[in-house]
Design a protein around this ligand. Structure first.
Ligand code: NDP
Length: 393
């Protein structure tokens, strides 16, 4: 039997269902490291902080994915990084010769790690070049762009996955399973705060407060984690939103985007979500769910590492301890396994578009001073991460 067939497949896990896993740690799955020539080749587009700090290091550790090309507007940097990763000179692309990737059989997946307003264009061009795409969050800067990306993937018969690393992260998965298992009881209140101070002297932050490149401010960059978490933890979609923005007009960082945004989602179960995001408060990526029976606290809940999850019952705190993984390696391995037909798609373009719709609805309500906006567009996620993604790498 081939080595890769010996593992319990993810599809089997799906059938076993979240309930079977709830409350107990899922067993480690046998995910063998593929030989180099069988790994799925990734091209990384945009060699900024995330690409250099997380994605390329993640590809070094990945079991099913490997770096085969880089795309950059800075040839010296690109050549240096390519050489350090052992790539040949012809694996370095510029934005001008990007479409040449169509003729490069080494590249199977293109990972878009560009400023948000560039996601749609570079995704659609990669799909037209016959490549699968993994695209960073937020998926794009408008719902229309998201739809065009989904349409392009369908037309090209290629996979489009959004890089929602928390869908694949063990503690987030454990929290989803706690909720699904009934351990928390009926969900009542979900609170999430996701933000930090933006430092616009850093080029990586300068574009984040420029609406033409970012689409929105902290909401699309940080708040999106809270929007997404409320949906994947509760496993339902908000039907209504109200939101408020508060921006200091004297703060030069916030000429084109909002500073503080707070929102409320109403969910069909009756649960209410209080969310906030800001580029002008102390760094936090937290969420907390009060159920009728217990409380689940994740603070931090979405850092690259060091997340602290606990179940709280009155004054009793029980830590959810699960070994950390490299979240980026894991997510790219999942994408590689989707391409290889070994794993179901968990975070497709439709997931990214749902978050983009909710971002638009939050901004619409905030612009109208908190007027309620209906958000029940009939979207339901196709695959529950808690039902298919293994906890231990
Ligand atoms: P950076 O600014 O550090 O990197 C973006 C890179 O895009 C630049 O270094 C540059 O690469 C390229 N680029 C091309 N055109 C422009 C332009 N006009 N202005 C600025 N950069 C340009 O950003 P990040 O790496 O932090 O973020 C990139 C994407 O990743 C964003 O969509 C962000 O939301 C997402 N992200 C996701 C995270 C996660 O945890 N999933 C965490 C952080 C970011 P080059 O010089 O090679 O051309």
């Amino acid at each position: 039997m081939p080595k890769e067939m010996s593992r319990r497949t993810l599809i089997e896990l799906s059938v076993a269902g979240a309930a079977a896993l709830a409350g107990a740690e899922a067993k480690a799955l046998d995910r063998p490291t593929l030989p180099g020539d069988q790994k799925i080749g990734f091209a990384v587009v945009g060699l900024g902080k995330l690409a250099q700090g997380q994605i390329i290091p993640g590809l070094r550790k990945a079991k099913s994915a490997k770096l085969v090309a880089v795309v950059s507007g800075h040839p010296d940097k690109a050549r240096r990084i390519a050489a350090a990763e052992g790539l040949p000179a012809d694996a370095v692309y510029s934005y001008d010769d990007y479409d040449r990737i169509a003729k490069d059989p080494r590249i199977q997946v293109v990972y878009i790690v560009l400023p948000n307003s560039m996601h749609a264009d570079y995704t659609i061009r990669a799909l037209k070049a016959g490549k699968h795409v993994l695209c960073e969050k937020p998926m794009a800067t408008s719902v229309a762009e998201c739809q065009a990306m989904i349409d392009a993937a369908k037309a090209a018969n290629r996979k489009l996955m959004i890089a929602y690393r928390c869908h694949y992260e063990p503690k987030n998965l454990a929290a989803m399973r706690k909720m699904r298992s009934g351990a928390l009881g009926k969900p009542r209140l979900f609170v999430t705060d996701m933000g930090r101070q933006a430092d616009v002297s850093d080029p990586s932050d300068a574009w984040r407060v420029d609406k033409s490149l970012a689409g929105s401010g902290a909401l699309g960059d940080m708040g999106i984690y809270g929007i997404s978490a409320s949906r994947y933890i509760l496993n339902e979609e908000p039907v209504e939103v109200r939101a408020w923005a508060n921006t200091d007009p004297a703060d030069p960082r916030f000429k084109t985007v909002d500073d503080l945004i707070a929102w409320q989602f109403r969910f069909p179960s009756g649960a209410i979500c209080n969310g906030s995001t800001s580029f002008n408060y102390n760094a936090t990526m937290s969420y907390e769910l009060w159920g009728e029976k217990a409380r689940l606290r994740a603070d931090p809940g979405a850092f690259y590492g060091g997340n602290r999850y606990e179940m709280v019952n009155g004054g009793a705190f029980t830590s959810i301890d699960i070994a950390e993984v490299d979240q980026f390696a894991r997510e790219m391995d999942w994408m590689a396994d989707v391409v290889r037909g070994k794993a179901p798609m968990v975070s497709p373009g439709e997931e990214g578009m749902q978050d983009m719709r909710l971002i638009s609805a939050i901004l619409e309500s905030a612009a109208k001073g908190g007027t309620p906006v209906k958000t029940d567009w009939g979207y339901r996620r196709a695959v529950d991460p808690a039902a298919v993604v293994d906890i231990v790498a």
